[in-house]
Design a protein around this ligand. Structure first.
Ligand code: LMR
Length: 333
């Protein structure tokens, strides 16, 4: 029979040997993932999925902290913060890489360059996508994935049926010279503005209108301050998920592998929900009834395409004629 004292000693010894067998828990590596949209958008949901999978596949060695809605940084600041290492991961829209000096990304902003998500994926999932991501490396940035949002609609407080309807309207755009050229081609006055400021600018009349995929328009409640919208699908808005290169290269190889696996799966997820999220947002805004949505006629679409066609030629020097040609060749496949 074991005495109480012996049992106590045994328990103590077991606890000690267990403590010795389990290495001291290291502090997790923190990845701050900052973005500017709402959590219930394709990007917000993609980021949440990455957080879940990254922690799973690294067995808790990594702690992903997602900061949505420009909580940490606005558009321009977040890119600076990434380069300085104040945050580790972002997913800026492809229209926001110009100020970094990587104007090639503005190819995604060319009006009507992608007839569908399928055509776009031939670029983002192929050689052209890799070539574009490689251009980030000299900036101290590693590109991990392309995430979809969707095709943009135009909104304002007056109907936007034909190009002349844009004359003199102040239209908020992202920081892309191609979008500036697009609005100029329509006769509008483009105004670059951070995403977090758009709702208030629309509400107070600082700008008259804007363009965004339905999911962004709805989750920022822009439909409450825009009387009209045209489902023009005239351009694409998507993201590059990027990390600070020095941080990424410095990770232990097994951790990086776990994160790569998490990113690959989060990308499939994010790109799988993007269209549906946008379709649902458009339906929700129609049901809300604060904005009148116009579906374009063939003639109207032809008139928009004609007005916007010169932007391709005009911007070839900035984007790079080779990049535009590579994108057009990939989408024509
Ligand atoms: C915008 O500024 O309109 C968008 O880029 C926001 C976003 O990240 O989708």
């Amino acid at each position: 029979m074991l005495t109480r004292r012996f049992l106590g000693a045994l328990a103590g010894a077991t606890a000690l040997s267990l403590a010795l067998a389990v290495p001291a828990m290291a502090e997790p590596i923190v990845i701050k993932f900052s973005h500017v949209v709402a959590p219930d958008t394709p990007k917000g949901k993609g980021a949440a999925k990455f957080e879940e999978l990254a922690e799973l596949y690294t067995n808790g060695a990594v702690d992903v902290e997602v900061y949505p809605n420009s909580q940490l940084y606005k558009d321009k600041e977040e890119l600076e913060a990434l380069q300085l290492g104040a945050v580790q991961m972002l997913a800026p829209s492809l229209a926001k890489f110009g100020p970094l000096g990587v104007q090639d990304f503005e190819v995604f902003d060319l009006p009507y360059i992608f007839p569908s998500y399928d055509a776009l994926h031939k670029v983002t999932e192929g050689e052209v996508g890799k070539m574009l991501m490689a251009k980030l490396e000299p900036k101290g940035i590693t590109g991990l994935a392309f995430w979809d949002n969707g095709f943009k609609i135009m909104s304002a407080n007056s109907p936007l049926l034909v190009p002349d309807d844009f004359l003199g309207l102040k239209m908020r755009i992202q920081s892309s010279k191609v979008l500036e050229a697009e609005m100029n081609a329509l006769g509008a006055v483009p105004q670059v503005m951070a995403f977090s400021e758009v709702y208030q600018a629309l509400q107070t009349g600082v700008v008259d209108g804007t363009e965004n995929p339905p999911s962004n328009m709805y989750t920022q409640k822009m439909n409450e301050v825009q009387k009209y919208a045209t489902v023009s699908n005239h351009g694409y808005l998507g993201y590059a998920v990027i990390v600070n290169k020095q941080f990424w290269d410095g990770l232990p190889a097994d951790v990086r592998e776990g994160l790569e696996k998490a990113m690959a799966e989060a990308t499939v997820y994010a790109n799988g929900i993007a269209k549906e999220e946008n379709d649902k947002a458009l339906e929700a805004m129609k049901a809300a009834g604060t904005t009148e949505f116009h579906e374009m006629t063939e003639e109207e679409r032809a008139a928009w395409m004609e007005a916007l066609a010169p932007v391709h030629e005009e911007m070839a020097g900035r984007i790079g004629a080779e990049t535009i040609a590579a994108v057009k060749a990939a989408t024509a496949e």
